[in-house]
Design a protein around this ligand. Sequence first.
Ligand code: FAD
Length: 542
Amino acid sequence: MMKKIPVIIIGGGPVGLSMALALARQNVKSILIERNPTIMHHPRARGVSTRSMELFRQWGNGKELLTYELPKEARRFIWMESLQGKEITRVEKNYTGMESFSPSYSSYVSQDRVEQSLVHSLEKYSQADIQFSKELVDFTQNDHGVTVRILDRKTQQEEAIFAHYLIAADGANSNIRKQLNIEMHGNGDMGRYCNVYCEMDISTWTQHRLAINLLFANPALTGRFLASVDGKNRWLVGMRFFGDQTKEDFTDDYCLSEIHRITGLPELTINILSKNFWTMGAQMPNQYRKGSIFLVGDAAHRMPPTGGLGMNTGIQDAHNLAWKLAMVLNYGTSTTLLDTYYDERAPVAKHNMEWSCDNTKRLSEISMAIKKGNMDLLKTKLQEQHHHLNYAGLDLGFIYHSKAIISENDQMLSVTTSKYVPTTLPGSRVPHMELIKDGVKISILDLFEKEFVLLLGRNGQAWQIAAEKINEKNLSWPLKIYRVAADGDLHDDHNKWHEIYEVDYDGVVLVRPDGHVAWRSKNMVSAPLTTLQEVFKMFSFE
Ligand SMILES: Cc1cc2nc3c(=O)[nH]c(=O)nc-3n(C[C@H](O)[C@H](O)[C@H](O)COP(=O)(O)OP(=O)(O)OC[C@H]3O[C@@H](n4cnc5c(N)ncnc54)[C@H](O)[C@@H]3O)c2cc1C
């Protein structure tokens, strides 16, 4: 008999692994198929955003990850004439005030460590079956789901599996997307690169000026950079292809001679660990879903790594889709809820992609100024680089609009990309604040994962009575109710909840399982039961 599973995930990169973990935590079973024998050891991403770190904190892999983060003093870019030459400028990441916005902070940890920590967390869940060295060969879908053919690369045996849903987490060159004839729009080739991962001791020139990226204001070193992987001796050396260069030109000998040239150290001992070839692109499709198949991560959007958002956007795609699949599979919610995945996530991906392209443009303007020897222009362009590292508004301030939100206006994002403004405008991620629950200090974000949550002010008893009545009788999905009050479930020692949550003492905020505001009422209404019945009906997707 054919094996059956609610969800099959193709691809064990950071996004596929996040999908499996987020689903397991929602008690949804999945099989993940990854063609490589292990996670990818070549580090690509290093920037993990505040929002992704919040998710990792909730998912249980955040602590492990932080043991590998780059030293805090490295959270900057440094431009220099050469490794031994004059330093031109430093661009620092600004963390001022961020601790009041989140229990986590954006961090620099290499992607292999992210993947490893996700695998470790997944080991605790029987709901997720992670299978390496297996490959999707092909698939067919009908009205009930998808049948996939999987090849075991060790035994060369094939197996068919039926899944209600297939998640394409198979990366930027997604074959699933191609087979579905989902077209990508945008620029698919903004430059080709070889990143060489190596061990070398250049600490004499770097230990007093740690940085995530060392860049060169030097025409001879255009298209070359040094990126620290561990704050010590592990480096990624970025090399752009020039002219008609091809992959074959990047032999070990060529790479070693280039690294000797870039570092200005012809005798330096270099141990090449791996090479990764990648093409910068900025592309998206017009849909993330075909029937029972969903695109997530790089399969759904390609963006330049300038800004460090590709993986982060993908992890948050997984988080958005997981609770919706759980609502459908565990509580029988209508599948129309799943359409809101594209409606909510595509605008975020588009914005992140455009912002990453702006960063690419700013970097190439620096290269042009260097080439022209225009030092005034270079100074101006270097000053603009603070945008590249400081994007709290984009990180935490995105606001969803879809049929799974009762929107009050069409505001998409926090006031600016660089500045996060906490709000409970429906669609936004709820603001973080500390509260006391059962005598223990928590972040309010800890309340949101598996249920809808109704947060009430201290004079919100009438909402509570109405909500409990509906919850007892005819709610098909899980709801938790908390009243923020001295005699309530959550204690707010500083009496700030009303101000931060933008409601009066008799107001209410309904929060979805992903921690985004579904609806709010700033005050009590004349008929709370009728109002809540209408609101809850919307979220039942009948
Ligand atoms: C130089 C560089 C720097 C970057 N820096 C950042 C950063 O700082 N922050 C950030 O957020 N992002 C960054 N990114 C982007 C980030 O690396 C990607 O967005 C991320 O890897 C996407 O994850 P994914 O899981 O969607 O895809 P991938 O990581 O590409 O994983 C896809 C997986 O699917 C598997 N697969 C494919 N087809 C099949 C099949 N048929 N059967 C089974 N398995 C299959 C592949 O083997 C692969 O393991 C960077 C990228 C580059 C190149």
